[in-house]
Design a protein around this ligand. Structure first.
Ligand SMILES: NC(=O)c1ccc[n+]([C@@H]2O[C@H](COP(=O)([O-])OP(=O)(O)OC[C@H]3O[C@@H](n4cnc5c(N)ncnc54)[C@H](O)[C@@H]3O)[C@@H](O)[C@H]2O)c1
Length: 310
């Protein structure tokens, strides 16, 4: 059993930080303080409102519940005030090692000794992020997925030093906040889910590169086959379902043919060099009009809300 957590402080209320503040404030047992470093960061409240309105539009949340969420959020420009009662501090500042190390080094001087430090880094080593912190046992990785108020998974990553008590408290806190935390026992690049995701992306891009199928067809192959089963049946369960013997036979034959490059694909590099950046430029592996981009974004949000709140 970890220590009970009531007060959360969020640093970096951008895309992830505002959604993460919303997640914690949606739990009646928690209070959230958002540290405001620059005036423009006050717009985090508009971001949270927009997310909550999307849920209200689907009758998932009432006006009264929205009011309660905002009552549990406090904003402050005073860093000492931001952390004085904090049981748990989470940073969502830019993906820069030195920035993150220095933030925690400075926070250690003004936080209580038992305040847990969490980092929402996407890919960086949790152990390295704790380099400048004296009590390294208190720092843990909490990798939320975008948009954090919808995607349930949070990877709780143990550094070389994180204590079991901090791991337990963080797991309990995230469950209380309605998330689906998983315990990652080793601090490795990509943690668990991004290693899996990018193994698939590497093969997907390689299939396009080798002319085996075009980009849209690759996505179609996934969406109309094993992609449908994935929310119910993970690959390890699937290996048991079909038999570990069949899995061994398939792997003995096929693994040597799969992409195993440890470098990004030349096709991907070519696209970036040509300025074909995807939604950002209207062209990536496929072409996208602004209407299609808006439709894709809206449909994804609607789909996620329907699946998650069904
Ligand atoms: N965007 C994603 O899909 C995603 C997913 C998972 C994890 N992450 C990680 O979450 C973190 C934040 O990403 P984001 O996409 O929300 O970024 P963002 O740019 O939207 O937000 C960053 C926030 O940090 C603030 N900030 C900027 N410089 C700062 C500084 N020197 N000190 C303190 N605060 C500062 C900004 O004002 C902003 O509020 C990164 O570590 C990122 O890798 C992002």
């Amino acid at each position: 059993m970890g220590k009970e957590i009531k007060n959360i402080t969020v640093f970096g209320p951008g895309m992830m930080g505002s959604g993460i503040a919303q997640v914690f404030a949606s739990c009646e047992d928690l209070n959230v303080t958002i540290f405001i470093r620059e005036k423009f960061e006050y717009d985090c409240i508009d971001k949270i409102k927009a997310n909550l309105n999307a849920l209200k539009g689907k009758n998932i949340i009432s006006d009264n519940e929205i009011k309660g969420i905002f009552e549990r959020i406090r904003l402050t420009e005073d860093i000492e005030d931001a952390v004085k009662d904090a049981d748990f501090v989470i940073e969502c500042i830019p993906e820069n090692m030195e920035l993150k190390q220095n933030l925690f080094m400075n926070l250690e001087k003004i936080c209580r000794e038992d305040t847990i430090f969490a980092t929402n880094t996407s890919v960086m080593s949790i152990t390295e992020i704790s380099n400048k912190v004296k009590n390294k046992n208190r720092l843990v990785g909490t990798h939320f997925w975008n948009p954090p108020y919808l995607i349930p998974l949070v990877e709780v990553v143990k550094s070389d030093f994180t204590s079991n008590e901090v791991m337990d408290s963080t797991m309990e806190l995230l469950k209380l906040a309605g998330k689906h935390p998983i315990r990652v026992n080793k601090d490795v690049p990509g943690f668990v889910a991004n290693r899996l995701q990018h193994a698939l992306w590497r093969e997907a891009i390689s299939i396009v590169e080798r002319g085996i199928a075009d980009a849209a067809t690759v996505d179609e192959a996934i969406k109309y086959s094993f992609g449908l089963r994935l929310p119910k049946l993970g690959p390890i369960e699937n290996a048991d379902m079909v038999g570990t013997d069949l899995t061994l036979s398939i792997h003995s034959y096929i693994l040597k043919y799969l992409e195993n490059s440890s470098e990004p694909s030349p096709l991907l590099k070519e696209k970036v060099e040509a300025g074909d950046l995807g939604f950002k430029s209207g062209k990536g592996f496929q072409e996208w009009t602004s209407e299609q981009i808006e439709k894709e974004n809206d449909e994804l949000r609607e789909y996620l809300i329907d699946v998650i709140y069904k």
